[in-house]
Design a protein around this ligand. Structure first.
Ligand SMILES: Cc1cc2nc3c(=O)[nH]c(=O)nc-3n(C[C@H](O)[C@H](O)[C@H](O)COP(=O)(O)OP(=O)(O)OC[C@H]3O[C@@H](n4cnc5c(N)ncnc54)[C@H](O)[C@@H]3O)c2cc1C
Length: 306
């Protein structure tokens, strides 16, 4: 079986990323996790999700962008996404990654580009979630988010925290002090044991601790997981505390546990599905394989089927 760490290592190889992106037949393999290459196809995928009672998060795949022209292209792409959401009436907000906007070159540039997107979302009454990337950029991401949150209100911009990081419980408390809307996830990157819990049990225990802090705060948060134990713990805690189903949402990824997504929606929970699209799918796709290495066989089978 291919190991998680190998897949995460491969996810960061720029040469493979370039090759995979250009090689059209790979597109067939990615279809389960990536809605398509353009906005129109993604709008159709989101309409289908809306039809079964789920809302969405529209995400343009591109990370680690280094050229200012490409960054400006990303800002324009998000303006087009926000316009398409309004024009089509689909129920969706958006997610961005700060490395998509130049974080690797200059945090100030990333802030300015992200700000342009958040400003457009504010103008349209939509919401931007700042995704969390790997631990070398955790603090700078929180700092930039803090600046955005000072300028824009609670319902315009939110952040992501990862329960595998040892620092996260404190970050949850700091974000609640702002206050801020948080998407809580486990974390998808290869991290050293000094910064992240290596054992699943510790990641899960921290997830439950942070979930409780978030739900008790009264702010509308996103509980992002496909782990039935985390979902059960969230439902039980909310019920026990008298926290209504309308006061938080479950979030899941496009192509992962669709049965669970639809089941929770039928039970009356708010469910939001993260729907990525774009040509630069390689790192995102490899992280999805790493989360469940059995996926490697699933995609290979589909690829070979022709
Ligand atoms: C909406 C959303 C947004 C996210 N945003 C971020 C982010 O900004 N930063 C970040 O670091 N991470 C992000 N993640 C990814 C997250 O950190 C985890 O890597 C991912 O969700 C898997 O963790 P899990 O909670 O599902 O639990 P796990 O314990 O990993 O998985 C539980 C079960 O879920 C199913 N499952 C999980 N992943 C997959 C998969 N890829 N394919 C098939 N089945 C699977 C399996 O049945 C597995 O046994 C996000 C996840 C979601 C749902």
């Amino acid at each position: 079986m291919v190991a998680r760490s190998t897949l995460l290592f491969l996810s960061r190889r720029e040469g493979l990323k370039d090759f995979a992106t250009r090689f059209k037949p790979f597109r067939k393999m990615t279809a389960r996790f990536v809605a398509g290459e353009d906005i129109e196809t993604t709008v159709r995928a989101i309409r289908d999700l809306n039809a079964v009672g789920c809302t969405a998060t529209f995400d343009h795949l591109n990370e680690g962008v280094r050229s200012p022209a490409e960054m400006e292209g990303e800002v324009q792409e998000y303006r087009r996404i926000l316009a398409a959401i309004d024009e089509t009436g689909i129920k969706s907000n958006v997610s961005i990654k700060l490395t998509q906007f130049g974080l690797a070159i200059d945090p100030e540039l990333a802030y300015r580009n992200a700000r342009a997107v958040v400003e457009e979302a504010a103008r349209r009454g939509n919401f931007v979630r700042v995704d969390m990337e790997d631990s070398p950029v955790t603090q700078v991401t929180l700092d930039i988010f803090g600046r955005l949150r000072e300028e824009f209100d609670l319902d315009t911009v939110g952040i992501v925290l990862q329960s595998y990081l040892r620092r996260t419980e404190q970050d949850v408390r700091d974000m609640l002090a702002l206050p801020a809307r948080v998407r809580l996830c486990k974390g998808a990157y290869n991290e050293p044991p000094e910064v992240a819990y290596p054992a699943k049990k510790d990641v899960d225990d921290n997830y439950v601790r942070c979930m409780k802090l978030l739900l008790r705060s009264g702010v509308y948060h996103g509980i992002a997981t496909h782990d039935e134990n985390m979902i059960r713990a969230t439902k039980e805690f909310a019920e026990g505390e008298g926290i209504g189903k309308e006061r938080f949402e479950f979030q899941m990824l496009y192509g992962v546990r669709r049965d669970l997504q639809e089941g929770l929606a039928r039970e009356g929970y708010n469910v939001r599905v993260y729907v990525p699209y774009g040509k630069t799918w390689y790192p995102y796709f490899m992280r999805r394989l790493a989360e469940r290495p059995a996926n490697v066989w699933f995609v290979m089978k589909n690829f070979l089927k022709g």
